[in-house]
Each structure stands twice: as C-alpha cells, then as structure tokens.
Design a protein around this ligand. Structure first.
Ligand code: ADP
Length: 481
C-alpha cells in the first residue's frame, strides 16, 4: 500500500496545490495513506486539458466503435486488477472485501454496457417535403465534470465516466475526500487503453474548494453529481450561472410496502440487501418498511433475525461472500446515525435490535431496526445513510401510498405482494423513479435510475443516461430543384 497518492491531470500524476489529506481506514480508525488535494488552479489545469482534447476532436471525431472499444477495455482493465483495487477500496471505505469485488464487477459492467452502446447513438431524418434534406446528430457536450460520492467511489465514477467517454466527452472527475484512493485505477485504465492524455483527469479536493471550483468553471459543459440534497442545490446553482446542464442523483428515503400476501421468506433477502448492503450507505436503500398490520409482528421478528444474523467486522477480514457487514465510512457518519436513532427514540420509536456502536476502534454500527415509527418522526423523513431500518404500519393501500409518498424524496420504492393488480396499481401510484416489485434492487445497469422530487433529476444507467451526455444538432439542407 503506497503511503501517498497523487492526482492525475493531463496525463501525469501530480501533487495538489492544496497540500494533502489523511485518508482514514474506517475498519480500525487508523491513518491509511495521504492523498494529494487539488486547488482551483489544479482544477483549471484539468479542465483546460480536457477542453483541449475535446476541441482537438481526438475523441469526438473517432468512429464510435473505436471509442466504444476503448471504453470496454477500461472495464476489462478493472477486472484484471480487481484484487488490488478491492483491497484499497475496502481499506478506505469500510465495506467487506467481497462487496468491493461486487462493486468493481459492477463498475466493469458499466464500461461493457456503454462501450457497447457507443455506436448506437444515431440521429434521425426529418421529412420537410421536396427541396430539403434534414437530419439530426448527437454531439458530445465537451468537458464533463463528475463529482463523486464516497459510498461507491468506483461504481459511481464508472457509471458517469463510461457513458461520457462512449459519447465522446472528455472528463474531469472530482473524487470524494473520504475515499479518493481507489479512483487512481481509472487513470491507469485510461492510459492502458490508449485514451489521449487529458481525456480523463482524476483529482481529489475539498468539496467547497476544488468541488466548487469545478462546478463553477466556465469551461465545463456538463455536470454529473451524486450526493446530498444541499450540495446538489449548490452545484446546480453554480451550473445555472454557466447555463450548463446537470444530472443530480441525490438522496432517498425509499419505502417497501409489504402486503399480507407477500412472500415473507423471500423478503428476508430483500432486508439483507436492501438496508445492510454497504452498511446501508446507499442512495436507494430500503430505509423504510411499511408493513400491513396483520403481518407486522411476524415481519419484525423475521427482520430482527436477519439483522442479528450479520457478523460485523472489518471489511478486510471478509474475503468470502457471506452474512457479514463492514464498517461505515467514518466515525462522523456512524455518530450521525447514532444521533438519529436517539432522536427517533425520544420521539417514540423502539429499538427492536441494534442501535449501538461496537466497543472497538472503527466506524462500526450494529444492524438496527426501529419499530413504532410514525410518518411524522424525523427518522421517517430524513436519510440516515446507515444500517438503520424504520418500520411503519398500514391498514389500507391508500394509507400505504400516503406514507410511502410522504417524504420530499422519490428515488425508488417497492411493493411486495402476490396480487398482480395490487402491484401494478402500486407501481403507478408510487412517486419514485424506479419501482421494485417483489425484489428490492431488481434491475441493473440496463435499467434507468434516478429520482422524482428532491431525489434529483436526469437518469443514470440504461439508454436514458446516454442522452445526458449529448446535445442534439439539427441540420437542414436546402436542395437545388
Ligand atoms: P457528504 O456530505 O455525505 O460527503 P456531499 O454531497 O457533500 O456528501 O459530497 C459528495 C461529493 O460532493 C463529494 O465529492 C464532495 O467533495 C463534493 N462536494 C461537497 N461540497 C461541494 C460543493 N460546495 N461544490 C462541489 N462539490 C462539493
């Protein structure tokens, strides 16, 4: 493990104008390494490098299949280095080693998927009658700025970088302060597949410094952000000043409605993945379960069983897939979650299991289930971003929708029932960008993902996401005769 990691600007690994930041291993609370911190001058160099490559046409003038092949090769590069990347990702982020492997495989999948799509971005011809020939083309915006969160640093960068490159954009990635290290492999991948110097720039910096400088830079042409609502608003405001489009993937307080005819055996698996995968630090986590009165108690018993079956320990000690959970990303995030649990208790919620930090160094929190949660409580409305599940009750479908749709968010939602009419009706009535029926996280790289309401706008994943990275040009030709 290197003890100092640099930024990657214009094809070179460089120090940061703002010095260095300590990266902490949340699995033991110890310093892991130092990361170079970019300042606004570094950001400017990265943007100018990306702009130069864009204007040169080195990427955008390629036949799309050639760009697509390079994008696909980046994914293969990640897989070829999966063991080293997974180790660093686990050490900086806290997740089990086996979860890091899944994350890197997921990242590689984005490069495969969008690499394959590169040559499918086709325009159309619009009939204007005799005397004209008209067609549309899709052109890249130019410099795509991508501001990355710490929960899935590899997968989130892969998601935007792959689609941006496939459509011919050049990129400046601002990695998260807490988990910047593993993103270095995108720089290595870009070099290995022969992308022009400056096409991909990877830098870490403080959000309010380098992040703000990047989102306000007048030569950035498009911004992708995943993170919290307040930061999303700041970034969208900066983008508005330069009149550039944004994709915002913000938080969620997503709910699963569990009916009395649901397959409860299967639902246990959804609890395991929905709220305890990545220690619940997932935008689309199943952070609320809205249970029908008649099955509530039995369901709570099962969910408590799932929570208690998980062994919580340092991610690096968890090479094998299994019933395990790692540390949260930092003590501060863990303590914030603890504070929200205490507040929920003071408002009348009951801790059915968990609720404590582990008595050892590291950002560990027990898998937690809160019952007797009512829709007015803070915990029912605000994102914990941790392994904390709130259980609410309903007696009629209308009440369930009212509770599910009762937060400002609208990222995903779920309904668990064997009744097709009920499921279909729920899919229509849930105010969310993605609805899971009988399996939380059903879908994949192919399925569009993004929020209603305060969960953001624009779509990631799927064909939809490609249109974030291109602008339509119409060409109308007056013919002679
Ligand atoms: P969290 O508070 O959980 O870290 P944020 O949404 O603040 O979540 O952070 C997500 C990403 O946004 C990080 O890369 C962070 O550095 C960046 N960021 C934070 N503040 C700003 C800002 N004012 N402008 C641009 N980027 C920012």
């Amino acid at each position: 493990m290197k003890d100092y990691w640099q930024n990657y600007i214009d094809g070179a690994f460089v120090d940061g104008g703002a010095g260095r930041i300590d990266v902490i291993n949340p699995g033991n609370g110890e310093k892991l390494a130092e990361q170079a911190l970019a300042d606004s001058a570094d950001v400017d160099r990265a943007v100018q490098a990306a702009r130069r490559v864009h204007l040169s046409g080195a990427l955008s003038d390629l036949r799309p299949v050639e760009r697509g092949r390079m994008v696909q090769a980046m994914g293969r590069y990640l897989l070829e280095h999966i063991d080293e990347i997974a180790k660093v990702l686990t050490l900086e982020q806290g997740k089990p080693l086996w979860e890091s492997q899944i994350e890197i495989e997921g990242a590689a999948r984005y490069f495969e998927y969008y690499g394959n799509q590169a040559e499918t971005v086709e325009g159309r011809s619009i009939p204007l009658g005799k005397g004209y020939f008209d067609f549309t083309t899709y052109e890249p915006f130019g410099v795509s700025a991508q501001i990355i969160p710490w929960n899935y640093p590899i997968e989130m960068t892969a998601r935007s970088l792959s689609a941006a490159l496939a459509t011919g954009n050049t990129c400046v990635i601002k990695t998260p302060e807490l988990t910047p290290l593993s993103n270095a492999w995108f720089a290595h991948a870009a070099e290995a597949v022969g992308l022009p110097k400056g096409a991909v720039n990877i830098l870490c910096g403080l959000g309010h410094d380098a992040g703000a400088a990047l989102s306000a830079h007048s030569d950035v042409n498009q911004i992708v952000f995943t993170g919290s609502v307040p930061t999303g608003i700041v970034i969208a405001s900066a983008a508005a000043q330069n009149v550039v489009p944004c994709v915002l993937e913000l938080g969620g307080k997503s709910a699963a409605i569990v009916h009395d005819d649901a397959d409860l055996d299967a639902f246990e698996n959804d609890v395991r993945w929905g709220i305890y995968f990545n220690a619940g630090q997932v935008c689309s986590a199943m952070s609320r379960v809205i249970a029908h009165d008649s099955i509530h108690d039995a369901l709570v018993e099962r969910m408590v069983g799932v929570a208690q079956s998980l062994e919580v320990k340092a991610g690096i000690e968890q090479p094998e897939f299994g019933a395990t959970m790692g540390a949260m990303v930092s003590d501060a995030q863990r303590d914030r979650a603890l504070g929200m649990i205490a507040e929920a208790q003071s408002q009348g919620a009951r801790v059915a299991t968990g609720g404590h930090k582990l008595n050892r160094p590291g950002a560990f929190l027990e898998p937690t289930i809160l019952t007797d949660v009512t829709p007015d409580m803070t915990i029912a409305n605000e994102e914990v971003f941790g392994p904390v599940l709130s259980v609410l009750k309903f007696s009629s479908d209308e009440q369930a929708f009212r509770i599910a749709n009762g937060t400002p968010y609208g990222l995903v939602g779920g309904v668990f029932t064997r009744d097709l009419d009920r499921a279909t009706s729920a899919a229509r009535q849930l105010r969310a960008g993605q609805v899971f029926v009988n399996e939380w996280y059903a879908g994949g790289v192919e399925t569009p993902f993004g929020g209603y309401g305060k969960s953001g706008y624009g779509r990631e994943k799927g064909r939809e996401a490609l249109w974030n990275y291109v602008q339509t040009k119409n060409v109308a030709i007056k013919l002679k005769g």
